[in-house]
Design a binder for this molecule. Structure first.
Ligand SMILES: [Ca+2]
Ligand SMILES: [Ca+2]
Length: 173
């Protein structure tokens, strides 16, 4: 095989791989180990970190702590966690009241929470519980807890395969 032929074969191989990647992306796939829901991918950690370290870890993975903004999203996450981790203590998600007590904000977008699903008696604040957790004992409703405690966490990333339209077309339904 001549050098040019080898180059051609390699370039064709890349073309095929490129097509496969396009197909996978258009089907809304997430990276291996991440779970797809609506326009996002979620990663449920097996390791435990403090809330600030969990936030940083998600950033390293080009994502943020899960920013739960709708009842549908919370229902999905609760159902998933109740299905796979019935005994886990809790998972850090995006949200804290570190700046002003009782004013809960998403850290990733710097805005007040627009959806909450507090467990019984939460947020309790205790002696400054300022970070947001999905609580295992409350079947993964939300609670506040001490930011420096090591817990599992959920990262969220926009799915680049979010439905798109051709120019001039609109989404219906
Ligand atoms: Ca607090
Ligand atoms: Ca609490």
């Amino acid at each position: 095989m001549s050098g040019v032929t080898v180059l051609l074969v390699v370039s064709q191989l890349y073309t095929v791989l490129g097509s496969l990647t396009t197909i996978a992306t258009s089907q809304g796939s997430c990276r291996h180990g991440w779970i797809s829901f609506q326009n996002s991918c979620y990663m449920f950690s097996h390791t435990v970190l403090t809330w600030p370290d969990a936030e940083e870890a998600c950033g390293i993975l080009h994502s943020t702590l899960a920013t739960i903004q709708t009842e549908e999203e919370q229902t999905f996450l609760k159902a998933y966690l109740n299905g796979i981790h019935a005994i886990a203590h809790g998972y850090w998600i995006d949200g804290n009241d570190l700046e002003v007590e009782s004013e809960w904000q998403y850290s990733s977008i710097g805005k007040p929470l627009n959806y909450t699903d507090w467990g019984p008696g939460e947020p309790s604040n205790g002696a400054n519980e300022d970070c947001l957790l999905l609580w295992g004992p409350y079947r993964f409703q939300m609670g506040d807890y001490y930011c420096y405690i090591h817990r599992r966490f959920i990262c969220q990333q926009n799915n680049s395969a979010a439905p798109t339209t051709n120019p001039g077309w609109i989404i219906f339904g």
